[in-house]
Design a protein. Structure first.
Length: 162
């Protein structure tokens, strides 16, 4: 999946490289605004995002609600992906907007990935492009499709003989 922005004006060059800022809570289905992802869910998302980053060679930043993980600190690097944490759900939006402002100061084109329409409009006002998290998940369906985990041989043996 290639992210490319095409401008109607012929004077501007298309942007081929964005820093992609991902609102991590929208990469797991069925979570409300107040829900925090478990550490396991966050690591699973980070592993998927790392696969995307390696295949696309994007600069990726991901934000989660909650405390930093044992595997990565706030602002730290997880296998090439920069990870941030907002301590409380209400601080999520200001933290994401701050990421966009920091990138804007360095003249780095930014793409925000979220399903929050209010956040999208605020990010666009700051000059960022936006993409729905559902669209990103659709583009990488193989990573985000939910499938049941295979049973271990021991459990399979117990259910057959039980």
């Amino acid at each position: 999946m290639t992210i490319r922005s095409i401008y109607p004006e012929s004077t501007k060059e298309p942007i081929d490289s964005y820093t992609v800022v991902i609102d991590g809570k929208y990469l797991v289905a069925g979570k409300s605004d107040q829900d925090e992802l478990s550490a396991r869910e966050q690591v699973e998302i980070l592993q998927k995002v790392v696969k995307i980053q390696k295949s696309e060679d994007w600069d990726l930043w991901v934000l989660f609600n909650g405390e930093p993980l044992q595997q990565v600190e706030h602002g730290g690097d997880f296998l090439g992906v920069r990870v941030f944490f907002s301590p409380t759900p209400p601080q999520r939006i200001p933290t994401l907007l701050e990421c966009i402002k920091v990138l804007k100061k360095t003249d780095q084109p930014t793409l925000l990935v979220t399903n929050d329409s209010e956040l999208e409009s605020r990010a666009q006002a700051l000059g960022a492009s936006t993409l729905r998290a559902d669209s990103l998940k659709k583009g990488y369906e193989i990573l985000f499709s939910s499938r049941s985990r295979p049973q271990s041989r021991l459990m399979r043996h117990r259910t057959v003989n039980g």
